[in-house]
Design a protein around this ligand. Structure first.
Ligand code: SF4
Length: 219
């Protein structure tokens, strides 16, 4: 397993190096850092958000602002530390809009997500988690199409890349904008999604079919 971990770390580091030089989108020229992703290369759960925000762009790490702190609490509620999972975004550069006090965060545009998709696909391909948790509508739509409606369709299992189980829940940044009864209702939905993730990870790992197992047995 140590060799496999080292192999995956090497592959991810190589891919991150390539992404760090990418200027395929206009936001590639505006970013301060390329926020490739981080975490356990052998993680059973991969968490995918939409794109880096201001703090992430500054530090070069995903989910390190207030939303990141809430994500850590969400993961902690199902017994996972940040280091146990792999965290990244659909785009590796911070999407921004001009604002009176400097650039403001915005959701990634579909073309930016398409441009950046090979980097995300490569991460999924290297890590091959047992489950993917997509946070927020843009991340969900990048897997499930533009008609995905998060309020109606979150909380179900979908088939993600390589047949990996894919769950969608509300983005922690969205939770941070809620108050009072709205917040209570939204937290209840997210908790239900997190419990489904925990149950999926607790399922016995798939067993190789006999003909596959035979390939690796002693002759
Ligand atoms: S968002 Fe992705 S594809 Fe676009 S410039 Fe950044 S790394 Fe390249």
């Amino acid at each position: 397993m140590l060799e496999e971990r080292a192999r995956r770390e090497r592959l991810l580091a190589h891919a991150a190096g390539i992404a760090s030089a990418c200027r395929k989108c206009a936001i590639g020229a505006q970013r301060r850092t390329n926020v490739y992703g981080e975490g356990d290369p052998c993680a059973e759960l991969m968490v995918i958000g939409e794109g880096p925000g201001e703090t992430e762009d500054l530090l070069g790490r995903p989910f390190v602002g207030r939303a990141g702190q809430l994500l850590e609490k969400m993961l902690g509620a199902i017994g996972l530390a940040r280091e146990d999972v792999y965290i990244c975004n659909t785009v590796k550069c911070r999407p921004t809009l001009p604002g009176p006090r400097g650039p403001k965060n915005r959701a990634p545009e579909p073309t930016e997500m398409v441009n950046c998709r090979p980097y995300l696909d490569e991460q999924i391909d290297i890590i091959r988690p047992r489950a993917i948790l997509a946070l927020g509508a843009p991340a969900a739509k990048s897997f499930l199409g533009k008609d995905f409606q998060i309020t109606k369709m979150r909380g179900n299992w979908y088939e993600g890349p390589h047949g990996i189980a894919l769950m969608v829940t509300l983005h922690p940044a969205y939770l941070l904008r809620q108050t009072g009864g709205e917040l209570t209702a939204v937290k209840r939905l997210v908790w239900s999604d997190l419990k489904a993730i925990r149950a999926k990870l607790d399922e016995a790992p798939p067993v190789a079919a006999p003909e596959q197992a035979a390939l690796f047995s002693e002759p």
